[in-house]
Design a protein around this ligand. Sequence first.
Ligand SMILES: O=C(CO)COP(=O)(O)O
Length: 138
Amino acid sequence: MKIALIAHDKKKDDIVRFSLAYEPVLIKHELYATGTTGAKIMEATKLAIHRFQSGPFGGDQQIGAMIAANDLDGVIFFRDPLTAQPHEPDISALMRLSDVYQIPLATNMATAELLMHALERKELEWRNLVREKRKTNI
Ligand SMILES: O=C(CO)COP(=O)(O)O
């Protein structure tokens, strides 16, 4: 599965700890991230991550574009709900597209853990069917 990892600045330590804890699960998947989040996770783990631009410079939009192309299977996005972000419209757009395309989107650690357990149990395999179906409909 293709999974994106994103965290706002005050949540960076959390996503690094989360990635370390779930490294054995994450390593089996194709990983994507916004720029700084990806760099910090790669520093702390052995995970290989395709890094997009930093969030304020378009990274959320690049991940959104993957969703719109039906090319992403899940998003872990540790948002900071207490700090205003200059690129709030990009963040809303990413979350909106996740809902448009029914992409699992975990916006906090509690839900992200559920997503990891679902991945381990191969409960996201339905995504393969959706991806194939959409390919043939285009
Ligand atoms: O701002 C972000 C998500 O909206 C995250 O971007 P960085 O990972 O580059 O800090």
